[in-house]
Design a protein around this ligand. Structure first.
Ligand SMILES: NC(=O)c1ccc[n+]([C@@H]2O[C@H](COP(=O)([O-])OP(=O)(O)OC[C@H]3O[C@@H](n4cnc5c(N)ncnc54)[C@H](OP(=O)(O)O)[C@@H]3O)[C@@H](O)[C@H]2O)c1
Length: 182
């Protein structure tokens, strides 16, 4: 197998998450804030790539997200939704995502939550698109604590709250330090 081929066979597993200062990510099956600016970033960074999510996160969306293969993890063998790939294990979900990246020549699998799925996939994750929300809202779902020795911040953009944002936020990209697993 050539080196070039190997690259497209091994897309990076990337998390996309918005987290409060208290590590909050969700409340009552929804997000604990409205952040139009972050939604725009989410759309841009995931467009054209496979997105993999837990069934509860899928239920929180208005529907299938366009322009991206939607892969939903569930243990419910009766769960079907048109235009959605259903997977019953993380490995099956990642395999479907890898097929999509190979087909479309993309290089990232975007894991979009929620807490259960982030925790399960974190050891295999190479990149994190982390929106740090400058607030500490009440929550019932949380982003796992990262081992700082394993992650390197490669970019940070500060965003003031626009008219449709509850809070200011920073978009940070973290890369796994080579040799620290994944
Ligand atoms: N701030 C953010 O960036 C962000 C991102 C995403 C979600 N959220 C929030 O997070 C909350 C949802 O997160 P959550 O942790 O409750 O749920 P979740 O991770 O979205 O979904 C959990 C469900 O996924 C399925 N699942 C998980 N692992 C599986 C596996 N290995 N094999 C098969 N199925 C598997 C199970 O579905 P079944 O029960 O159907 O078997 C499980 O109940 C919501 O409040 C949402 O708004 C926040």
């Amino acid at each position: 197998m050539s080196a070039g081929r190997q690259t497209s066979d091994k897309p990076v597993i990337a998390l996309v998450v918005a987290m409060g200062e208290n590590r909050a990510i969700g409340k009552g099956g929804d997000l604990p804030w409205h952040l139009r600016g972050d939604m725009r970033f989410f759309r841009k960074v995931t467009m054209g790539k496979p997105i993999l999510m837990g069934r509860r996160t899928f239920n929180s969306l208005p529907g299938v997200l366009d322009g991206r293969l939607n892969i939903v993890l569930t243990r419910d063998s009766g769960f079907t939704v048109p235009e959605v790939v259903v997977a019953h294990s993380l490995e099956d979900g990642l395999a479907a995502a890898r097929e999509d990246t190979a087909r479309n020549g993309t290089d990232e699998i975007m894991i979009i939550g929620g807490e259960d799925v982030f925790r399960e996939v974190l050891p295999q994750t190479g990149r994190i698109y982390l929106t740090e929300v400058h607030a500490a809202p009440e929550a019932d779902t949380w982003f796992p604590k990262l081992d700082e020795a394993e992650w390197c911040e490669v970019s940070r953009e500060q965003h003031e709250a626009g008219p449709q944002d509850d809070h200011s936020f920073s978009i940070v990209v973290l890369e796994r330090i080579l040799g620290s697993s994944a």
